[in-house]
Design a protein around this ligand. Structure first.
Ligand code: NAD
Ligand code: MG
Length: 410
């Protein structure tokens, strides 16, 4: 009989929505995968429980105090787990020679350094953390080209596009691709009266009709900035220009995206909205493994609708396209301003339509520079965060509890 050693997997952001789904898939295949490292910012008790269940070699938290709490929580367990803390430790476990696969599922700009470390170390990198690609796209792709790493998209849309393209695909034209159709549900406010958007709450914004996700990406889905970030992500991942990609609103989230070919063929990847499908696909690629997701029943589903996005309702889509067209640090600025504005909205300091207003003003008043190296990315990110905090003051008065002006992430 043919037997193989399980591949060691590092799950960055293991306590998040994607992290938990990843562990669910891994637990279905102990013969194929082992858990090498788990990481979280602060949910120590959840991380401790994951350590008890998966017995990783390392568990990493963000600061020393949390590390002590985790050590205390695990003190009576007979585990092989060493507790580490800080960004350097995240990079270390993501690039450890023993690791085969890295799930990059930290939310926001904080994911950049460990994800890049995994790329540089030549790992198989499963990319959920779209923000790292948006903020540092050209550098990220250059690091990928200069290493043996394999990058597989976890974002359901990009995973769908990946599945609808030939593999490998370095040139869309050569592959006969006419355009990429990036689908998005339109979120919880697709049909809400525009005047009512001033009064929607964070919980309402996070109540996505089809997907259960972390709070930041849920708000991004409600503003459709998520689709804007994905638009930029798709440009980098698939070597596409902004003109190659069309956003299509598809409220049921069954078609996860499509690729249209020169001969009139339109290939779609469909499935129930459950992130375990793209996670299992990317983990096992090019094989197929069980993900725990039930098969899509098209007859019960009944209908699939498609419509053009309403850019007056969703200005973030336009802002993201403009940022990609401007190039340089513009997507970095867009991403940083969005993270600050979403934090402010979730903290009750900003009405929902204010998110796009803040981002637009930051973009208009922040010079675009070239991203020559990672220091330039970090500087552009920090300047945009500071500017976003100033704009929040200017437009909405004082704000409480903001992580300004320091970047939380780097
Ligand atoms: P989440 O908020 O549920 O989880 C985020 C994880 O990152 C947690 O484990 C948290 O502890 C960790 N984290 C947060 N800040 C950190 C920091 N400063 N340093 C280190 N770790 C930190 O988020 P999520 O919904 O799982 O999303 C994770 C990523 O995947 C995001 O980039 C998101 O855009 C992307 N994504 C998510 C989904 C989804 O269905 N949830 C779908 C597609 C893409
Ligand atoms: Mg997505």
């Amino acid at each position: 009989m043919h037997s193989t050693i399980p591949q060691p997997v590092c799950v960055l952001g293991s306590t998040g929505s994607i992290g938990v789904s990843t562990l669910d898939v891994l637990a279905r295949h102990p013969d194929k995968y082992s858990v090498f490292a788990l990481t979280a910012r602060d949910r120590v008790e959840e991380l401790a429980q994951q350590c008890r269940k998966y017995a990783p070699r390392y568990a990493v938290v963000l600061d020393e105090q949390k590390a002590q709490q985790l050590q205390l929580a695990l003190r009576n367990e007979d585990l092989p787990t060493e507790v580490l803390w800080g960004v350097d430790a995240l990079c270390r476990v993501a690039s450890d020679t023993e690791v085969a696969v890295v799930m990059a599922a930290i939310v926001g700009a904080a994911g950049l350094q460990p994800t890049l470390a995994a790329v540089r170390a030549g790992k198989k990198v499963l990319l959920a953390n779209k923000e790292s690609l948006v903020m540092a796209g050209p550098l990220f792709m250059a690091a990928l080209a200069g290493s043996d790493a394999q990058l597989l998209p976890i974002d359901s849309e990009h995973n769908a596009i990946f599945q609808c393209l030939p593999y490998p695909c370095d040139d869309l034209r050569q592959a006969g691709v006419e355009r990429i159709l990036l689908t998005g549900s339109g979120g919880p406010f697709r049909t809400t009266a525009l005047e009512a958007l001033d009064n929607v709450t964070p919980d309402e914004a996070c109540n996505h009709p089809n997907w259960s996700m972390g709070r930041k990406i849920s708000v991004d889905s409600a503003t459709m900035m998520n689709k804007g970030l994905e638009f930029i992500e798709a440009c980098y991942l698939f070597h596409a220009t902004p003109a190659d990609i069309q956003v299509v609103v598809h409220p049921q989230s069954i078609v996860h995206s499509m690729v249209q070919y020169r001969d009139g063929s339109l290939l779609a990847q469909m499935g129930n909205p459950d992130m375990r499908t793209p996670i299992a696909h990317a983990l096992a690629f090019p094989e197929r493994i069980d993900s725990g997701v039930s098969a899509l029943d098209l007859i019960t589903q009944g209908r699939l609708d498609f419509e053009a996005p309403d850019e007056a309702r969703f200005p973030c889509l336009r802002l993201a396209r403009e940022a990609m067209e401007a190039g340089g640090s513009a997507p970095t600025v867009l991403n940083a301003a969005n993270e600050i504005a979403v934090d402010a909205f979730l903290g009750g300091d900003l009405p929902f339509p204010g998110i796009a207003r803040v981002i637009e003003k930051v973009m208009k008043t922040t010079p675009v520079v070239e991203l020559t190296d990672l220091d330039a990315v970090e500087l552009a990110d920090r300047i945009a965060r500071e500017r976003a905090c100033e704009v929040l003051e200017e437009l909405y008065g004082t704000h409480k509890g903001m992580p300004c002006p320091q970047s939380r992430s780097m």
